[in-house]
Design a protein around this ligand. Structure first.
Ligand code: FE2
Length: 390
């Protein structure tokens, strides 16, 4: 295969695939592609990665519509549905959505699973094994209702981690008190240390500027040497913190190596629900985190679930929402948001795939000429090359 005059990270290049490897990349006209089937123009990126979605609840939004549009009603609706779920139902819905992701060139997916629903935990762990080699699925043991709010929650959460989840989750802002929230953060790290797992928090998903768990997540990451193995999802309270405190927290995030994952599709509709006009946007401070040198990811979070009634599993939709609500519409900012999907979004899985001569020929080809056109149209990649195979 030969790709002529394509956009690769802003450079115009020719790229030739030899067997399962990228044989050559060079300036336009410098790579020999005679006799090979060729595509002209467009853009090449690494496959995209999804750092934050809830496959256990996906597609359930139609069974329990969220009338108030609030996070709390979403949690209530999910709690009412989950006890009736069967293994097959979870598998069917999750497989459907994984298929949607694949169509958009996303083959690494980190899903949260509610540890209050053992059926879903086992179903998604089973799916992880069934998809191995095709899709890299990571499962986060996520205690949707907290771990300290009532007896039994903590045990279910610990069981899920013991069963083989890849990361330990927590939801500190949803615990009963500030102190119990901080305690839940420390318990999550303890459990991750015990089983040598990563941690991935639902952190401060509220408009309450008094919700201050992110600083604890970061301080513990530093003290325990967890560095790049920590994700803090949502972090919407950061949007509403007083500016001097927000600046301190952004610096702390950068120092700690904690990755913040923004979930703009859900948060732009779930947050601000207690506001009269003007209504806050409720998406974390991506520009300030970047300026501080922190690592940011972008998640889709929900696909037609009790929290969010829409969704396509196209990460470009999440990126598109983010550039709007976070005022990231300069050329450089849109480029960085687009690159996040195929670069920083891979960090929870370990490595960021490289497109270079000698590497495995695994990449996406978009008909769009550049990141701005890709965000504008949100068309799926036309060609997916994996290990040299289309
Ligand atoms: Fe989430």
């Amino acid at each position: 295969m030969f790709f002529r005059d394509v956009n690769l990270d802003g450079r115009r290049v020719d790229l030739r695939v030899d067997g399962d490897l990228i044989g050559a990349i060079g300036e336009v006209g410098s790579v020999d592609g005679r006799g090979l089937p060729a595509l002209q123009g467009g853009m090449i990126t690494a496959p995209t990665a999804e750092p934050h979605v809830h496959l256990d609840a996906a597609l359930l939004g139609v069974r329990a519509p969220n009338h108030s549009g609030t996070l709390r009603e979403g949690i209530r609706n999910w709690a009412a549905l989950r006890d009736g779920l069967t293994r097959q139902d979870v598998l069917d819905r999750a497989r459907t959505v994984v298929g949607w992701y694949r169509r958009h060139g996303t083959l690494r997916i980190r899903t949260h699973v509610d540890t209050g629903c053992p059926v879903a935990v086992h179903a998604l762990l089973e799916l992880r094994e069934a998809l191995a080699g095709e899709v890299e699925l990571q499962v986060v043991a996520f205690p949707q209702e907290g771990i300290l709010r009532r007896p039994g929650l903590r045990e279910g959460w610990e069981d899920a981690v013991a069963c083989g989840c890849d990361a330990v989750g927590a939801i500190p802002h949803f615990e009963r008190t500030t102190e119990e929230g901080w305690q839940s953060v420390r318990l999550a790290y303890d459990l991750a240390e015990k089983y040598r797992k990563k941690v991935d928090f639902h952190c401060d998903e509220t408009d309450d500027p008094g919700s201050r768990n992110l600083e604890v997540v970061c301080a513990e990451a530093i003290d325990r040497g967890f560095g790049g193995r920590v994700v803090a999802g949502h972090c919407t309270a950061l949007h509403s913190y007083p500016n001097p405190y927000a600046a301190k927290v952004c610096e702390l995030v950068a120092t700690s190596g904690v990755q913040v994952v923004a979930n703009p599709l859900d948060n732009v509709v779930l947050q601000g629900r207690y506001d009269a006009y003007p209504k806050r946007r409720g998406v974390t401070r991506v520009d300030a985190l970047w300026a501080a040198g922190a690592t940011v990811g972008i998640g889709h979070d929900s696909v037609i679930d009790p929290w969010y009634p829409l969704g396509t599993a196209n990460l470009l939709d999440a990126a598109y929402m983010l550039v709007h609500v976070a005022h990231l519409t300069s050329t450089d900012e849109m480029g960085r948001v687009f690159r996040t999907l195929s670069e920083e979004n891979h960090l929870p899985f370990g490595d960021v795939p490289r497109i270079a001569a000698g590497e495995k020929a695994t990449f996406l080809w978009y008909a769009a000429a550049d990141p701005i056109e890709a965000l504008r149209t949100r068309e799926q990649p036309r060609v997916y090359v994996r290990g040299g195979q289309i």
